[in-house]
Design a protein around this ligand. Structure first.
Ligand SMILES: Cc1cc2nc3c(=O)[nH]c(=O)nc-3n(C[C@H](O)[C@H](O)[C@H](O)COP(=O)(O)O)c2cc1C
Length: 408
């Protein structure tokens, strides 16, 4: 608890009602997140791996905004090992990116070992994706289907930890497939037995996708059951939610996903409150526009002008969400093909408008639908089986990715 003298002044705080009285961190209340022997993260905050989002340009923007550890989007080990161009591009990072953190997606222990052996020398952190709920992935026994088979999970993790040497390996899971197929306890046990540096739990099942509210109680329970650090994930929309999650669950760090889409300054706010300072108000449109232009420039530098600008369209929509007139602006933004178009589209907004309170908790990606999770046929018959499933993607699919990369 914070005593009265340390209670920060909350008047005028830009937060929704639930967060108006959340105190900033008091000195020594939280520790840096220690991953393995070498990696110490302050504040204990990670940018979540997000496909199509946490590419090198966005990671660098978040890093410049104060994010201390930015995980890459999931990199498919098989595609990388087979030389897929897009996968290699996404697995690259800026020369000065430190720490370098990659998320790997694979359901094959040999592939994981091979990939990590080649990747590990230049990398500071490796995360393994055991939470992906996408039908294309679970149908072939990947992502969130893997923890259903704890011995398979253990085999993959053992290879990863062995190949990574001193580089810390973490795993990222959901609560399970559905409420009657929960896997987080087994995942926690395997993670500590096989030497993972931490486990990240997104408090939803694969069946829930992104619907409903993340179940922070499951994070508390994993913290209580686990001998390794637990990272909490799910529904941190405002910087204050991160403090609430850490206080309520006892987790050692938080993982931020959708809230930073079009709000990279969230990391600056997080850095402030973990250091005991008030974060101040979020930027106005006048201050956000240069951030958007900067982001577009970074995307174009990385992907090339055409693909970079096409990628920028969704970001433009996320950045302007909730501002007056944003629906009209959106119509132009989804068509922009160069920086001038983008600047012209943004001129329609009122430069003096401040950030809308409602936009703080607005979901910018992924809807609210649920799903029935598709598993391989007879997958549940033998959960002791540790045979790697067929795996993630076909050669044809990889070729299609590269076609998209070359503008096809
Ligand atoms: C667009 C998008 C892409 C995602 N891609 C990945 C991914 O590649 N790997 C992964 O482990 N999770 C992925 N996730 C899940 C997030 O890492 C995170 O677990 C989830 O969004 C919940 O956190 P949040 O409530 O802070 O958004 C993705 C989420 C979104 C919105």
């Amino acid at each position: 608890m914070v005593d009265n003298d340390e209670t920060p002044q909350t008047t005028g705080r830009f937060a929704t009602e639930r967060n108006l009285n959340v105190p900033v961190a008091s000195p020594g209340e939280f520790k840096p997140l220690q991953l393995g022997k070498k990696l110490s993260i302050w504040p204990p905050v990670l940018l979540a791996p997000m496909a199509g989002v946490t590419n090198p340009p966005f990671r660098s923007l978040c890093r410049d905004s104060g994010a201390p550890l930015c995980v890459s989007e999931m990199i498919t080990a098989r595609a990388w090992l087979r030389g897929n161009k897009l996968t290699h591009l996404l697995a690259s990072s800026a020369e000065d990116e430190r720490p370098r953190s990659f998320q790997i997606y694979s359901s094959d222990p040999d592939e994981v070992r091979e990939f990590i052996k080649r990747l590990a020398p230049g990398v500071d952190h490796i995360d393994l994706n055991f939470g992906c709920p996408v039908p294309k992935v679970t149908r072939v026994g990947g992502g969130s289907a893997i923890p259903l088979k704890p011995r398979l999970l253990a085999r993959i993790l053992k290879e990863a930890v062995g190949a990574a040497g001193e580089v810390p390996v973490t795993i990222k899971v959901r609560k399970g497939i559905s409420d009657d197929l929960l896997t987080w306890r087994d995942s926690g046990r395997v993670a500590s037995e096989e030497g993972a540096a931490a486990i990240c739990l997104h408090g939803r099942t694969a069946a829930q996708l992104y619907s409903g509210e993340a179940d922070w109680d499951s994070i508390t329970q994993l913290v209580e059951a686990s001998s390794i650090p637990v990272l909490g994930n799910g529904d941190i929309w405002e910087c204050w939610d991160a403090l609430r999650m850490m206080r309520e669950t006892g987790c050692m760090g938080v993982v931020i996903g959708r809230a930073c889409l079009g709000r990279p300054w969230l990391f600056r706010e997080l850095a402030s409150i973990f250091d005991g300072d008030d974060p101040g108000p979020p930027p106005t449109i006048k201050e956000i526009i240069p951030i958007i232009v900067d982001h577009a420039t970074r995307l174009m530098d990385f992907f090339g002008p055409d693909l970079g600008m096409r990628q920028m369209r969704k970001w433009g929509v996320w950045y302007t969400k909730g501002f007056h007139g944003s629906s009209a602006v959106r119509e132009s933004i989804v068509r922009v093909s160069n920086l001038e178009d983008l600047k012209t589209a943004l001129e329609k907004l009122n430069p003096e408008e401040s950030f809308p309170l409602l936009a703080l908790r607005a979901n910018r990606a992924k809807g609210s639908r649920k799903q029935r999770v598709v598993l391989p046929e007879r997958y549940l018959d033998n959960l002791e089986d540790d045979t790697p499933p067929k795996g993630p993607i076909s050669v044809a699919e990889m070729a299609a990715w590269d076609k998209a990369l070359s503008g096809g």
